[in-house]
Ligand binder design. Sequence first.
Ligand code: NAG
Ligand code: NAG
Ligand code: NAG
Ligand code: NAG
Length: 490
Amino acid sequence: MPLSRALAVLCGVLLCASGLFAVSGDFCDSSLCQNGGTCLISQDNDVYCLCPEGFTGLVCSETEKGPCSPNPCYNDGKCQVTENTQRGDIFTQYICQCSLGYSGTHCEISTSSPKATYPGQAIAEVLKKKLSGASFPPVNETIYYNLEGDYLSTTAVPIPVPNPGLSNSLASSCTSTLGMEGGAIANSQISASSVYVGFLGVQRWGPELARLHSSGLVNAWTASDYDSKPWIQVNLLRKMRVSGVITQGASRAGRAEYLKTFKVAYSLDGLKFKFIQNASGSGDKVFWGNMDNNGLKVNMFSPSLEAQYIRLYPVSCYRACTLRFELLGCELNGCSEPLGLKNNSIPDSHMTASSTYKTWNLRAFGWYPHYGRLDMQGKINAWTAQSNSNKEWLQVDLCTQRHVTGIITQGARDFGQVQYVASYKVAHSNDGVEWTIYKEQGTDKVFLGNSDNNSHKKNIFETPIVARYVRVLPVSWHKRITLRLELLGC
Ligand SMILES: *[C@@H]1O[C@H](CO)[C@@H](O)[C@H](O)[C@H]1NC(C)=O
Ligand SMILES: *[C@@H]1O[C@H](CO)[C@@H](O)[C@H](O)[C@H]1NC(C)=O
Ligand SMILES: *[C@@H]1O[C@H](CO)[C@@H](O)[C@H](O)[C@H]1NC(C)=O
Ligand SMILES: *[C@@H]1O[C@H](CO)[C@@H](O)[C@H](O)[C@H]1NC(C)=O
């Protein structure tokens, strides 16, 4: 293909110009790839782009047929794919950019009266003026954000909420944390109706920050003031059982903001959502939320939900709809339990590798395969391959044939140097001799791996692997091939 040759030539120039890129399996200049694709150099110095989900083609320039075709937006609304939320044949996330005079998710509402662009605008603008004073004068009013449509100026009345015992709830099964806090839920799986951007556009309180216990100055999701029906959504990538939610507020400019009450909606396709109903079944259930910026509130769903998409809809908020949260649940078929790398139930001897990197060549400082367990701690806390080559692999012997439905990878740090596997393939075997590389749509599947020293990156096998031995085959990496790993299945 002429395009790939052009790329190769271009990269050849880069290689000549700079020895920096000369390591195979390493990164090249990602500006060669469009739409956020990652440029990789393969073993034989070929260049290719690892495209984010939703994009395809040699340089990630082609959009995969997604939620926007056919156009779901009415009245000439422009459909825009929001982020990497495609999985298999399931497409979901898009936004309709409405032409003038229309609004609504699908631009179905005609807003012929231009004076009130959103409910409660007048009050909101007065408050905004007050709040935008440079010195932030203490303001006793709080914005009570009422999703039925109105901003009301009121004083905060903390709602006394009996907290259902976390320990009791968690004693039952199906209450694993689904990965908001741990990172197994990727940023691209989290989306929201709107985002608050503060301090002259510098602080973006985006949905990807809505992770329980997230820290920093900007550490939560906040809905835009102009959003009269905000929501935040998690795409779990496949149907799961969701048994509850833990919510937490946050502080902005030193003052608490949180959801006082909220509703929960769920969906299988990301398009049709249902709200959890109240006890009498005659209306949406309203859950009690938080009372301060940091406390945790647990709400369990009874019965639990079977859904791929979960949305939290704030109903009333203290100062602003600001949220950090975690979802609780499990796989539907109960087949995505950790298979025992993190908790050591798979013994050290069952973890092997093509080679082991030893710091200063000392045996005592070997980054052995059995260190390659998720969340391993210590100075040496991961497996590192001796060489930077895609001949390297890390192998797990599961003792017996198991269903393997997913994999979580993690990088590590060696004396401050961040190291990780950025993409990889997976092979499996029943005898440890004959290996089959996991394929999707007939080609070897390259999984997107890590991009830092600590986050969990979870990938799911569309077709579960049934095997005794599983190998991770690094395709690209940063600095050295370094892995911490968990396999999921049953
Ligand atoms: C603001 O709140 C403080 C503490 O609740 C109270 O003492 C004060 O009187 C209030 N100020 C106004 C202007 O309402
Ligand atoms: C359920 O919601 C409906 C509609 O809001 C309300 O009339 C009804 O009282 C609620 N029932 C319970 C048990 O909360
Ligand atoms: C480790 O995890 C496996 C699978 O979830 C479980 O069966 C086993 O009991 C756990 N072992 C320990 C020691 O916690
Ligand atoms: C490695 O990960 C930790 C934990 O997320 C983070 O605090 C640290 O900054 C990271 N180190 C580097 C060098 O990126």
